[in-house]
Design a protein around this ligand. Structure first.
Ligand SMILES: NC(=O)c1ccc[n+]([C@@H]2O[C@H](COP(=O)([O-])OP(=O)(O)OC[C@H]3O[C@@H](n4cnc5c(N)ncnc54)[C@H](OP(=O)(O)O)[C@@H]3O)[C@@H](O)[C@H]2O)c1
Length: 308
């Protein structure tokens, strides 16, 4: 048995509830994991609200929140290769088991062993924010020296993008609210406050010839406004807004495989990527963590640390 935070129906935070559940039993393609840490992501509250039911529509209520976790393998499904009981791992709970939990099921193909030196709190941020940032940069495939505008640079994906883009030799500018100035500047990116007057004009003044590409984490009107700053509309990749295709850009193509997780783990252990975990929470306070993400203004990553 283990404690979880879930929801009994789709809706706002009021439908969330804590309850005990038996340890789930892994199917052939799954591994049972004792959760050490879990990432808190916008997708968690979007699924709870009933959006994206392609991902959780098959799961009976009460459902459990959370898509990603790091921890230790307790049992391995018969078809899973390359993982063994006792391995420290990170991965996606695409199984619907949820990760705001003491134990969960991760999908074997989307789970990777992690280096001994990597803390589970960092590893728990690899599946969602880490690989998304990597996928955006792979898709844009920009040469060193190119200018990249990261629209929404202060959250989990944005702060990873800032570092990985700089690591590839890109010249990075990013938009964020004023509270994130120091964090953004520390990554080497040029900070632009999107709340202070006409952000497009201030960005244009910084890059009169336009940006080579835009990586968008915000979508909506904000994306439409900054799209005018890139000459090649094909060089716009959005992580969340499918309407980017109407502007000539693309939605990020995601890679959820083990090799991609291992790439991000290596970048972390080599000191090239810091997830910037601004706060960790015990499982008992998971609702507070998700409420901050749901406000739309979290800084860096928020992580559940089950050792707390
Ligand atoms: N396709 C995928 O697989 C995938 C994977 C990961 C994430 N996503 C999506 O990507 C989006 C970002 O995810 P995340 O994990 O980075 O979220 P997050 O950690 O919650 O960060 C969101 C950030 O957006 C900033 N923001 C809000 N409005 C803004 C605006 N108008 N201009 C600039 N910044 C703004 C907020 O900072 P301020 O306080 O500065 O406003 C906040 O830091 C979400 O929609 C998420 O669902 C998709």
């Amino acid at each position: 048995m283990g404690e979880v935070l879930g929801y009994k129906e789709f809706g706002g935070a009021e439908v969330q509830l804590s309850f005990e559940r038996p340890d789930p039993v892994p199917g052939p393609a799954e591994v049972l994991v004792r959760v050490a840490a879990a990432g808190v992501n916008p997708l968690d509250h979007k699924l709870r609200s009933g959006h994206g039911t392609a991902l959780n529509g098959h799961v009976p209520f009460p459902q459990v929140l959370g898509m990603e976790a790091a921890g230790t393998v307790l049992a391995v499904g018969s078809d899973v290769t390359g993982l063994a009981v006792g391995d420290r791992v990170t991965g996606f709970a695409l199984t619907g088991a949820g990760t705001y939990a003491e134990t969960t099921l991760l999908l074997g193909e989307s789970t990777a062993r992690i280096p001994d030196a990597l803390p589970e709190t960092w590893a728990a941020t690899i599946p969602v924010a880490g690989t998304t940032a990597l996928d955006v940069l792979d898709q844009l495939d920009l040469p060193a020296g190119a200018s990249l505008l990261v629209n929404g640079i202060g959250g989990g994906v944005g702060i990873a993008l800032a570092q990985l883009a700089r690591d590839r030799g890109l010249v990075v500018t990013g938009t964020a609210g004023p509270a994130k100035r120091d964090l953004v500047t520390a990554t080497g990116a040029t900070f632009v406050d999107y709340t202070g007057g006409d952000v497009v004009e201030r960005l244009r003044a910084l890059a009169p010839g336009g940006f080579a590409a835009v990586a968008d984490n915000v979508g909506g009107d904000s994306l439409r406004a900054v799209a005018s700053l890139v000459a090649d509309r094909g060089a716009i990749v959005s992580v969340g807004d499918p309407a980017v295709t109407e502007l000539g850009g693309e939605v990020v193509r995601r890679r959820l495989d083990r090799a991609n997780l291992e790439r991000v783990a290596a970048l972390m252990t080599e000191g090239r990527l810091d997830p910037h975990i601004t706060r960790t929470y015990p499982l008992a306070d998971a609702a507070e963590a998700l409420a901050l993400v749901e406000s739309g203004h979290a800084t860096g990553k928020l992580v559940l640390d089950l050792s707390l």
